[in-house]
Structures are given as structure tokens and as C-alpha cells.
Design a protein around this ligand. Sequence first.
Ligand code: 6PG
Length: 237
Amino acid sequence: MHDLNLPEGVSAAFYDTPEDAALVLADAVAEHLSERLLVAPRASLVVSGGSTPVPFFEALRQKPLDWARINVLLADERWVPEDDETSNTRLVKQHLLQGPASEATYLSLKQPGATPADGLAAVKAALADVQFPLDVLILGMGTDGHTASLFPDAPELELALDDQSDEVVSPMTPPSQAQQRISLTLRALKQAGLTALHIKGEDKLETLQAACSNTGNVREMPIRAFLKPGLQIYWSA
Ligand SMILES: O=C(O)[C@H](O)[C@@H](O)[C@H](O)[C@H](O)COP(=O)(O)O
């Protein structure tokens, strides 16, 4: 059923429902964060927006974590006000940062400024205390093979994929998207302690198959930059 030609060291688990995948992913993330907080003063949790993460957020927020010692931030954000229905910050605050999880420190990629370029200095200041590599990274994926806001048609993509760059965040202005965006770069996203790709639906499975078929051409499908040993894929129908 899932004839994926996964690269060496990449694991995949398949679930019948989004809820099943969300519960298992939330357990894995909570365990990793708890272990990290045994040896570090703080831990970082980077999540993605979109529709897939909602049941995961709602499962994770139930976990008895030391949320006051966790920095939560997005892998990317649409450059819209927080009250805009397409805001990922709105999504995270509505579904994850509730109850005890509201004690977490949320570091917003959306800062004042008419455009991501105008707000970039403020975004960098907001992320100044984030330690890299990240502890936990949850990525989504579009059917075009984008992840975070690393879109194939973004003019900023080449620089954002340069993992030798010092830049951890970049404006992204893919013409395929309705809004300008801001995204953590590969430099920031690579080599997290736990990197999970959380996707659902047959269309995304086909996209993943295409991504695995030619892992060399990253600019064509930026998700390919993450098909590396240690990646855990969580797929549900
Ligand atoms: O801002 C965003 O949209 C996300 O960060 C993006 O990278 C998302 O993870 C994928 O587009 C999948 O979105 P769905 O979960 O809605 O399919």
C-alpha cells in the first residue's frame, strides 16, 4: 500500500485516521521534550501551520510538560495580522497554547512591518534567544513539495536552502501564494533533535513518493532537504 522508496535512516508510520497519528506524534514529542528538559534549562518546539496539525496540537497540549520552560515558535508564518483567519499564530494560540500549555513562551514570526522584509529585524530580535539546532521540529508538506514556507517558486529559495548561511529566517514571496510569508531557513531547521514530517491524505503520499524518487533536486521539491537519517514521517489517511 505504501511503496515508498525511503532514503536510508528515514522512518515512516501509517495511521488509519488523523487522530491516531496525532496521538502517537504527541506522545513522541512530549517524551522528547521531557527528556531534553532533564538536561537543559529550556527546550524549543517548532511547529507548522495548515490544517493537518490541529489534532496533534490538541493532543500535545494535554501533556504534563514543564511548559514554562518551552519556547514555541512556528517554522513559518503568513504575513497577516494575528486575527486573520489564515494566521498560523492564531491557529497555534487557538489549538496548542491553551490550558497549561499557555505557560509556554511563544516567539512570533509576525512582527510589525508592512512586509516581511520591513519586519525582518524585529523577527530576528524575537528569535535571538533560540538555540540551534532545535529540539523538536514538526514539518508539514504541500503537494508541490514545499515545507515551512520553502516554496519551489520563491525567489528567496536558493538562499533559504543554503545551510551554510548564517541566516535563520527569511522573507519568502512565492508568487503561487496569496500572502507574503516569513520562514525559518534550512540553516535553522536542519538537524533538530527530533524532526517529524506530519502529513495526511493520498495526495500527500503521492507527493512524498515523488520526493523520494529523486532526492537530489531540492529546489524542485524543498521537502527533499529533510529526507535525511532520523526523519520520522507520520502519515494518516
Ligand atoms: O503555513 C503553512 O501553510 C504551513 O507551514 C505549510 O508548510 C503547511 O505545513 C503545508 O502547506 C501543509 O498544510 P496542510 O496541513 O494544510 O496540508
